[in-house]
Design a protein around this ligand. Structure first.
Ligand code: HEC
Ligand code: HEC
Ligand code: HEC
Ligand code: HEC
Length: 119
């Protein structure tokens, strides 16, 4: 019995891994693929043509608004990535947010902060 449940658990885990979102073979964030549905194309972020480098953040802002319009929750480190005295509203979204790989918050280059909703 133990063996069967181990095999079952392994199968369930590989099924979950297989569901990780992709578009034309490119890894994508689940939240975007769920939101875009069958309207998902590279052009949604990259504009027309074959994407070669990271997109400008015009598309992000078109849907989400600028950083000052996107509140983040207070945290015990008292750090607000979208409203820091260092950078205000001057950073591009893609300085911190990635789409095809894990995101990396610039703040963590210097501060120790654990984010609860960083995607
Ligand atoms: C939801 C927005 C979004 C969509 C849709 C999207 N991308 Fe991107 N793309 C990004 C962001 C953000 C980056 C920069 C960071 C990264 O690599 O994730 C990027 C970077 C890239 C890069 C440059 C990678 C590098 O290392 O310089 C390529 C190439 C690329 N995307 C191809 C694609 C292709 C092909 C598609 C469609 C299958 C696509 N992207 C769809 C947001 C998007
Ligand atoms: C076509 C509109 C559209 C574009 C373009 C777009 N997004 Fe989104 N994004 C959404 C929607 C819709 C959701 C899901 C609902 C939500 O959480 O706001 C979402 C979710 C997110 C989330 C997760 C929010 C959460 O709390 O779960 C992040 C982070 C995000 N987008 C960042 C970006 C960045 C950065 C870019 C540019 C590279 C971008 N988005 C481009 C529409 C868009
Ligand atoms: C300095 C790095 C940085 C930049 C630049 C940045 N973000 Fe974020 N963003 C974060 C971090 C970190 C979080 C998670 C905050 C947390 O977990 O408390 C976040 C959270 C979010 C969320 C989820 C907010 C929620 O409800 O919790 C969205 C949506 C988002 N960012 C979109 C954007 C968009 C769009 C831009 C550009 C206009 C942008 N971000 C620019 C670091 C950044
Ligand atoms: C290049 C390094 C660096 C980066 C990147 C950086 N900071 Fe800082 N930050 C500092 C230094 C140095 C201080 C001054 C520390 C002091 O006065 O004790 C500081 C102070 C602060 C303070 C006030 C003091 C404190 O520690 O609470 C806040 C809030 C803050 N940073 C938030 C942020 C946020 C949010 C980001 C990301 C958008 C960020 N920082 C990115 C270096 C950095």
């Amino acid at each position: 019995m133990k063996k069967i449940s181990t095999i079952l658990a392994a199968l369930l885990m590989s099924a979950a891994a297989a569901q990780a979102a992709t578009l034309a073979g490119v890894p994508m964030k689940d939240h975007h693929m769920a939101a875009f549905g069958d309207k998902a194309t590279c052009a949604v972020c990259h504009g027309p043509g074959t994407p070669e480098s990271r997109p400008s953040d015009k598309a992000c802002i078109g849907c989400h608004g600028t950083m000052d319009k996107i509140p983040t929750k207070p945290n015990r480190f008292d750090k607000f990535p979208h409203a820091s005295a260092h950078y205000g509203n001057t950073l591009e979204c893609t300085t911190c947010h990635a789409e095809h790989k894990p995101s990396k918050a610039l703040c963590n280059d210097c501060h120790n902060v654990e984010w609860t909703n960083f995607k």
